[in-house]
Design a protein around this ligand. Structure first.
Ligand SMILES: [Zn+2]
Length: 117
């Protein structure tokens, strides 16, 4: 199992793994706090507090930011995380992003990366 390479002190973040994007290595996290209805994915690329990017919507768009797309797909492999993300996307996202999200889930089901249940 990979380990994070940068300092990250958010107590709500669960490490997902590493990815490489534009010549940089990113630490990927799923961030969720029970008091919040807004789980998110995080991609950190340095030790300074501002050296990260985050957002489920950016993860859905994917080509906008591949690291966040990778984080979203890794998070969806975890059944518990996927349930939080499903609620978040189907409650708060615009229909166009909901459709893109369902396409990602369908693609992952097809590849056997998640089961459809
Ligand atoms: Zn966090």
């Amino acid at each position: 199992m990979d380990k994070p390479i940068y300092i990250h002190d958010c107590p709500s973040c669960k490490f997902l793994g590493l990815t490489e994007c534009d010549g940089k290595v990113y630490d990927l996290y799923f961030c969720y706090h029970k008091m919040s209805m807004h789980p998110t994915v995080v991609a950190r690329y340095g030790n300074d507090p501002f050296e990260y990017t985050s957002g489920i919507t950016f993860g859905i768009i994917g080509d906008h930011h591949k690291a966040l797309g990778d984080a979203l797909r890794l998070a969806l492999k975890n059944k518990e995380y996927k349930e939080f993300i499903d609620v978040r996307v189907m409650t708060f996202e615009q229909p166009v992003y909901q459709k893109m999200y369902l396409d990602i889930v369908a693609d992952m089901c097809e590849k056997g990366e998640i089961n459809g249940k």
